[in-house]
Design a protein around this ligand. Structure first.
Ligand SMILES: [Zn+2]
Length: 211
């Protein structure tokens, strides 16, 4: 195994654990992949929690997502990963999660507001995509057309979040930030609904010191 593959396996394990510890996945949900220079994909396995993966459990597949001999069974969402890499040659990794607030927002058929400092400065392009059953070619087609827009972050109706990037750190930060932005917007809507009209004024007095 090449040093690059060993390092990629270690990084997938590390970021998978981070996704779990940040509450961005639950149960056995969520999956992560990395594309190596030779086109090989390293993908998290099917039916295994991201909580405590080990490097040897990461599944190597060809560019079509077919597991290499003896490599194990990749996530059932592998068609989504393959489709993302097909339309975005610049992508080197994909993180797919089921964050609660993003999924809640996805059910409204709209995107949450992207007006916070974090969203404006660091979230990048983001789109809402319509529902299709998990693991299907239909879902992969919907996501690949959105990624080809081009767009790096997708809020998938009644499902989750998919982010592609040039490296796992960027994909993780966008995943984490998208969920925080969705959570903030939920809280802001609740305050608005509760009639807390002075909230913005009160915060304006605090903000300069915080920044
Ligand atoms: Zn999923």
């Amino acid at each position: 195994m090449s040093p690059a593959q060993s390092e990629a396996r270690r990084a997938i394990v590390e970021y998978s654990g981070l996704l779990w510890s940040r509450g961005l996945v639950a149960g056995n949900s969520g999956n992560v992949s990395v594309r190596l220079d030779d086109g090989t994909l390293l993908v998290t396995p099917s039916g295994v929690s991201l909580r405590a993966l080990r490097p040897h459990e990461i599944v190597a597949t060809d560019a079509q997502g077919v597991a290499l001999p003896g490599a194990g069974r990749p996530t059932s969402e592998v068609p989504l990963h393959v489709a993302a890499y097909r339309v975005r040659p610049d992508a080197r990794c994909v993180i797919h999660t089921h964050p609660a607030y993003c999924v809640a927002w996805s059910k409204t058929g709209t995107l949450f507001a992207l007006d916070t400092v974090g969203a404006i400065e660091s979230l990048g392009s983001i789109l809402w995509t319509p529902y299709a059953p998990s693991g299907t070619p239909e879902l992969a087609a919907i996501c690949s057309s959105a990624f080809a827009a081009p767009c790096d972050t997708l809020v998938m109706e009644r499902h989750g979040l998919s982010v592609l990037a040039a490296n796992l750190e960027t994909a993780f930060v966008r995943t984490d930030l998208a969920e925080q932005t969705a959570r903030i917007e939920c809280a802001a809507r609740l305050l608005e609904w509760a009639g807390v009209s002075g909230a913005a004024t009160a915060l304006a007095h605090v903000e300069p010191g915080v920044v």
